[in-house]
Design a protein around this ligand. Structure first.
Ligand code: CA
Length: 228
């Protein structure tokens, strides 16, 4: 699953440099030049990470971070703050507002990419290519392969992403709208019942290995992956 990285930066040459490096790493860069454009993108689909410049026209990065952290839907999006400031107080302010990491300009693209990978691994494990396993299920994102108790399971791309998300977020209940945001990345244009359709397909695929019981319906709330 390719991570979508929203780059909020008003300086065009830096925006281009960031987008280039992000694409080189196999991620998808979405460009925004101010906080209004950033919100427009976020309303359509949740990015997997935001690279956020401190000084922006129409509002600064710290304010945007606070707004994102205050909103239930956007509070868990990983944020890396990007700034020319080297002042220690500003650094603390940035992190206190809820940024996950902080990098000062001029930055080395290699270092920035390493930080992006590290934040994604920590905050969005379903974006990683590392193989995961739970309850007899083994899932390899790199090989796009799933097995249940050693037997290969054939899954469609959405069911694959859904199972990957579940295995990396066990024992927690997710509402249909949260699953749309996390797995589809789209909150607006997909109906909530779409989630039920794909859950049903996923359970059908897992039925023969009896691992379908790991996908639990929590009445009135949503779904949970549990090995308990
Ligand atoms: Ca700027």
């Amino acid at each position: 699953m390719t991570a979508n990285i929203l780059v909020v930066e008003d300086e065009h040459p830096i925006q281009e440099l960031l987008a280039f490096n992000i694409a080189q790493c196999g991620y998808c860069a979405i460009k925004a030049y101010d906080t209004i454009e950033a919100w427009a993108h976020i309303k359509q689909a949740l990015p997997d990470l935001i690279l956020l410049d401190w000084m922006l026209p129409g509002g600064n990065g710290v304010e945007l971070t606070r707004q994102l952290r205050a909103d239930q839907r956007t509070r868990n999006i990983p944020i890396i703050m990007l700034t020319a400031r080297t002042d220690e107080r500003d650094k603390i302010l940035g992190l206190e507002s809820g940024a996950d990491d902080y990098i000062t300009k001029p930055f080395s693209p290699r270092e920035l990419m390493a930080r992006i990978r590290s934040v994604l691994r920590r905050r969005a494990p379903q974006m990683s290519d590392e193989a995961v396993s739970a309850g007899g299920l083994e899932l390899s994102p790199a090989m796009h392969r799933v097995s249940a108790n050693g037997a290969i399971i054939d899954l469609g791309p959405t069911e694959f992403r859904l199972l990957h998300f579940f295995i990396t977020h066990p024992e927690r209940v997710y509402s249909r709208s949260q699953l749309l945001d996390q797995v589809w990345g789209d909150h607006v244009f997909v109906e909530e019942r779409t989630v039920d359709v794909h859950i049903r397909r996923l359970r059908q695929a897992l039925e023969s290995s009896a691992t379908d019981r790991l996908i639990q319906t929590v009445r009135g709330s949503g779904y949970r992956f549990s090995c308990a």
